[in-house]
Design a protein around this ligand. Sequence first.
Ligand code: GUN
Length: 282
Amino acid sequence: MSARIIDGKALSAKVREQVGERARALAAKGIKPGLAVVLVGEDPASQVYVRNKAAACEAAGMTSRVIRMAADTPEGELLDVVESLNADPAIHGILVQLPLPGHIDTGLVIETIDARKDVDGFHISNAGLLMTGRPLFLPCTPYGVMKMLDSEGVALRGAEAVIVGASNIVGKPMAMLLLAAGATVTLCNSKTRDLGAQTRRADVLVVATGKPGIVTGEMIKPGAVVIDVGISRLADGSLAGDVEFESARRVASAITPVPGGVGPMTIAMLLVNTLEAAERGA
Ligand code: GUN
């Protein structure tokens, strides 16, 4: 068997086009959705992400404002910037790019963002709303994964879903969304004993660890749908996912590539969240 490749680039283009249409409808009412992206420091990967987010925003007919701050910016100065964005009526979504430099309390910064503008869905109140089944913003990456599963027609009710990686950004919200869709969810972490025994039970396997190749073909149940969230740059400069693609595609029924899988969906769903924030304000 050779797995169907789930084309995140094509699906994200479709989502972005729909966002563009809704943004135009809003513009006709005099409201242009605005996203502020705050970048502290010069992390090269973060710089690329921020540039891509801003460009996608503009392409969808929304405004982007990128605020770059030095790596040694005092925490108080960053909090002041967040508060001024909270109060700015032209800004509907605020995203502070992570990771932040070590001297800054990341939790405090996220909690300072107005939850109604928290398009990352990282604010504690948005995490709580998701957990209790009344979400306001879904974190972009898990939201994008759900969109991919939906577009592939993957049946989730009663399915065995296994997630590898339990971060606040991906693994934990992913578990909540799959649970809400009726899957039986197993959330694995770095201490999980015999990871393969868990992953081999999965009808739907989501891998989000940042460890290239942690899941190989022999750890996958024949016919499973495999979603690879990881993206790492290897020593030779190439990009690799958390799933060993060549062995996995021989076992899975469908699999996301890296790059061109989950990554483009994350940006598309950020646009959706920003648009919805603007629509709610309108
Ligand atoms: N760093 C890596 N992924 C993300 C994300 O989704 N949002 C933010 N703000 N920072 C990140």
